[in-house]
Design a protein around this ligand. Structure first.
Ligand code: HAM
Length: 423
């Protein structure tokens, strides 16, 4: 029996991987433009990190984590998201003491969630995310949002919708929490078991329930925006003002609560409005998480960030008919005929590569025509043709495969001559 790939994962094969590399390159370029620096944290962490960080009433923690005991009996989890790890690292490495503040970081790597696989939903997916720690200036909220929009727009996406909300500070959230309990409590027995548990522990999570989303009490639930205190209101106003001044269109949606527990103040999502994108339209999600650093044992430090998945970004590009040119081309292909020429081509290939040319040769002892085909398939710009006879006379023929022009160069000085004429 053949062994198959695990459900909800995918192989990214040559031919497609170049598209990923291009997008990853763009993301890194934009991070450099905005002065965010890369951080790499482990792919597995102690489970406790996510229980505390993401929140033990969330779907992620309750239903979706890949957790196991390692051989030393430790409780380990494959990371379902990046923020908890970044914040752990920030606290553990005392980055709050860095001379450069705020600390602006980005990450790119696989995340794992045991979800029901469907279009746009995988069990292993790659997130690109940023986190800015140490500033409570609403301008940094606007910066983080604009960075995400910048990436999408730089790739040509147009059908985007930015939705924002404010979840307020602790005081506002507590007032909202009481209102939510009062709203749902009299009829909580009409809701699913999860929601019944959420009522006391974290009633905001009820608004995020996939099972009960059509219940009439959902639509009439008190909106967080009615409970924002003066500080929270002013903060939200400033974020909106800055976004407008940066010409970034947005819609305020008071029902946007996000699926992780660490948020307060600004929360946002970016959706694709492209036709045929599928049922899951969220491309990117993020928000502010003041309090999380303290939760991880660091000093009270504000933070904001977002994450987006490469998989959904690529689907959005496809839905908008945007083709990323993923052509992969070689500079040279050595076409060698005859035993001596084939032997000679081994060191010649090495010299070409050392001189910086992306090069290859035939390894299947093919005929002349088939070697030319192989060169073409690689998109090689030059065929470097070498036969036993050429070896004897000290000559090599170079054919430019784009325009068919041929020239003869000396074997002795080949790399110098080729570099001068063909680079
Ligand atoms: P999240 O909303 O759970 O937030 O995920 C962010 C993004 O990851 C989603 O918008 C989606 O593009 C992608 N994503 C999530 N689950 C899947 C999946 N199963 N398959 C494919 N893509 C998926 C977070 O993870 C937060 N850490 C974001 C954040 C950073 N907040 C502040 N800083």
């Amino acid at each position: 029996m053949t062994i198959q790939i695990p459900r909800g994962t995918q192989d990214i094969l040559p031919g497609v991987v170049e598209k990923w590399q291009f997008i990853e390159g763009k993301a890194k370029e934009i991070c450099n433009k905005y002065q965010y620096r890369e951080i790499r944290t482990p792919i597995f962490e102690n489970t406790e990190l996510f229980l505390r960080g993401v929140g033990d009433t969330t779907d992620i923690v309750q239903k979706e984590m890949y957790s196991f005991h390692d051989r030393g009996g430790r409780n380990i989890t494959l990371r379902p998201e990046g923020t908890a790890s970044v914040v752990r690292s920030f606290a553990e490495n005392k980055m709050f003491g860095n001379p450069t503040q705020p600390v602006k970081l980005y990450y790119l790597g696989p995340m794992f969630r045991y979800e029901r696989p469907q279009a746009g939903r995988y069990r292993q997916f790659v997130q690109f995310g940023v986190e800015a720690l140490g500033s409570m200036d609403p301008a940094i909220d606007a910066e983080v949002i604009s960075l995400a929009m910048d990436l999408y727009k730089s790739l040509g996406l147009k059908k985007l919708r930015l939705v924002i909300n404010s979840l307020g500070d602790n005081e506002s959230r507590n007032a909202h929490r009481t209102a939510l309990i009062n709203h749902f409590e009299p009829r909580i027995d009409e809701f699913c078991g999860d929601c019944q548990k959420r009522l006391e522990k974290n009633p905001l999570r009820i608004l995020d329930c996939k099972k009960d989303r059509d219940h009439e009490l959902m639509k009439s639930a008190p909106s967080i925006l009615e409970f924002l205190n003066e500080d929270s209101k002013q903060y939200f106003e400033k974020v909106k003002q800055y976004l407008s001044e940066m010409d970034i269109d947005f819609i305020v949606d008071p029902t946007l609560v996000r699926g992780l527990d660490y948020y307060n103040h600004t929360a946002f999502e970016i959706m694709s409005e492209a036709e045929g994108f599928g049922a899951i339209t969220t491309l990117c999600g993020g928000g502010r998480y003041n309090g999380l650093v303290e939760e991880m044992g660091g000093p009270d430090t504000p933070g904001i960030g977002f994450a987006l998945s490469m998989e959904r970004l690529i689907s959005a590009l496809e839905a908008e008919g945007i083709n990323i040119d993923s052509k992969y081309a070689a500079d040279c292909y050595i076409i060698a005929l005859g035993d001596e020429a084939r032997d000679y081509s081994v060191s010649l290939l090495q010299k070409l590569r050392q001189a910086g040319f992306s090069s290859d040769r035939d390894y299947l002892n093919r005929k002349l025509k088939a070697q030319f085909k192989a060169a073409e398939r690689l998109g090689a710009k030059f065929a470097i043709i070498l036969g036993d006879e050429e070896l004897q006379t000290g000559k090599i023929t170079v054919k430019n495969l784009d325009n068919g022009e041929q020239s003869v160069m000396s074997l002795h000085n080949f790399i110098d001559e080729f570099s001068k004429q063909c680079r």
